[in-house]
Design a protein around this ligand. Sequence first.
Ligand code: KG4
Ligand code: ZN
Length: 334
Amino acid sequence: MPIILAIESSCDDTSAAVLKDREVLTNLVAGQDVHKAFGGVVPELASRSHQKNIVPVVDQALKQAGVQPQELDAIAFTRGPGLLGSLLVGGSFAKSMAQSLGIPLIGVNHMQGHILAHFIRDGEDPQFPFLCLTVSGGHTQLVIVRDYFDMEVVGQTIDDAAGEAFDKAAKMLGLEYPGGPLIDKHAVNGDPLRFSFPRPKASGLDFSFSGLKTSILYFLRKEVQKDPGFIENNLSDLCASIQHTVVDILLRRVEEAMTQYGIDTIAIAGGVSANSRLRTQLQEASESKGWKVFIPKFEYCTDNAAMIGITGHYKFLAGEFDEMNATPVARWSI
Ligand code: KG4
Ligand code: ZN
């Protein structure tokens, strides 16, 4: 039953988790409000915040887990993909700590982490093979998962990611960054069919969201010219309609992929899997189409170190360790 400390610092959240076997003892996340004023993540500010947060977050995670550093069997950290400066902070910290304790270091792929979060011990695990829709601020992928480290991307975005589509739409509506959760919140009381936006075309199982962004922009410009209070007066309906469109684009592709590959199990992962409409629509599909649906707990949807810890756990069992010269990687396919 290995005890693993995991560190995630790929973007704008500093997170540390302690896992014993597949059980999460602690999973702490320090967010970074500093980016709000800029409407997006400022890489240099993110690195500096990671530097400020990493020691207290790791310290608290160990204390709350009741685990002494000497009891750790390995340290897992996000090696990529992500912002280089941010990855460097978590990676350097993980290396120093592993070296001082004389324990193995495990570099983890962030996107594999999002998917393997489904194997954290807290309910039924998906059976291989399954399809995973990984939707975050930087990625939108359809992945066939045949085994823990046997994954194949069969569809992905050719431009913006789903989370980016939410965030950019939110920005046009005057909402703060990250806008995905705010669109979700305002959509609750809105009419999803009030405004209709085009479904962009991409070939095969790929996705495209940049056309949607442009059509929202032109639509808002035109309406605001006629009525300067248009956004304010229709915020809930706008959010509900945008959310409906994005979720619809995602689910159409999911259905096509399930049919094409003859798979009946679907899992979702990544920040956008926290979206309430995506979650309820999938639950409905599970009943109407007989799919087995796996939806992560909220805390394992957005970036967190527990998902890095569970991936580290399986790498530990496979004896897959990294050397001290492992460098961060900005782009790293799964
Ligand atoms: O996985 P994640 O935490 O970070 C990345 O690796 O990118 O995903 C962050 C993304 C952001 O774009 C955020 O707006 C989106 O996930 N997100 C949501 C919701 N919660 C987070 N999008 C829609 N609805 C939500 N409830
Ligand atoms: Zn992520």
